[in-house]
Design a protein around this ligand. Structure first.
Ligand code: HEC
Length: 217
């Protein structure tokens, strides 16, 4: 179906037509490299890949193949696209696509009242154990030049993200600490300098809880 003319025989985005592709505003546009699922803008779940090539992408050279392929073949083609990934897809990559399948979280294990003063977070460290459900309620003490302040955690920002919390208008987010490690939390709201608030940082530490199956006993 001529996918390879743009995406290349091995799906690296290096087909014969790849280097001459332009979008509707005449900007060069690469054909997607299938070996790097993180670059899939419409998601890497199989059904999202099916949707991508059935609908195509308006304004780009990626055509719509709706009507040219049976439903059965469309799924097989999407599974084939997934075999071209260089590193196996790790759960983290899937999770970051998982807005639609966000788990229903019950009562939090930890409730954090987070505030901001003079572009600093108080507290500046949040600790949890892997698997715990954390609820962060964030209320700054100034309105960050009118845009408020935000909260996001690197590597968790698909689930832990607050934008534009203002004085008197706290915002809360609840998420599961399902990845162990040390992460940075930062202000995700842009102020009028068009930079993020670069000094507003804190540390989010998730302690790994060894499970029976993981132990060497
Ligand atoms: C004329 C060139 C061309 C052809 C032919 C083509 N594609 Fe694409 N494809 C593109 C471009 C360009 C993009 C990137 C579009 C963008 O960045 O919005 C893309 C993107 C994609 C994506 C990425 C979806 C995402 O979420 O980012 C998938 C999957 C895909 N193509 C599959 C296919 C399949 C399967 C075929 C054959 C049935 C095919 N393409 C044929 C040019 C092409």
């Amino acid at each position: 179906m001529s996918c390879a003319s743009c995406h290349g025989e091995r799906g690296l985005g290096d087909g014969p037509s790849a280097y001459s592709l332009v979008d509707e505003s005449n900007q060069k546009i690469p054909a997607r490299d299938f070996s790097k699922p993180s670059g899939f803008k419409a998601g890497y779940a199989t059904k999202e890949i099916v949707r991508a090539f059935l609908t195509g992408f308006n304004g780009t050279p990626m055509p719509s193949f709706d009507g040219n392929i049976s439903k059965d073949e469309a799924w097989k083609l999407a599974y084939y696209v997934e075999t071209l990934v260089k590193d196996p897809v790790v759960p983290v990559a899937r999770e970051s696509q998982g807005f639609a399948i966000r788990e229903q979280l019950g009562e939090p294990d930890i409730r954090i009242k987070l505030t901001e003063k003079a572009w600093r977070y108080i507290p500046s460290e949040i600790r949890a154990k892997k698997g715990q459900i954390i609820e962060v309620t964030f209320e700054p003490t100034d309105n960050g030049l009118g845009a408020g302040h935000g909260f996001a955690i690197s590597s968790y920002d698909e689930v832990a993200f607050i934008n534009g919390a203002m004085v008197g208008v706290p915002k809360a987010v609840k998420f599961r600490a399902n990845r162990a490690g040390k992460f940075i939390f930062y202000c995700s709201t842009q102020c009028s300098t068009d930079k993020l608030h670069p000094l507003m940082n804190g540390t989010f530490i998730v302690e790994d809880v060894p499970t029976k199956t993981a132990s060497l006993e």
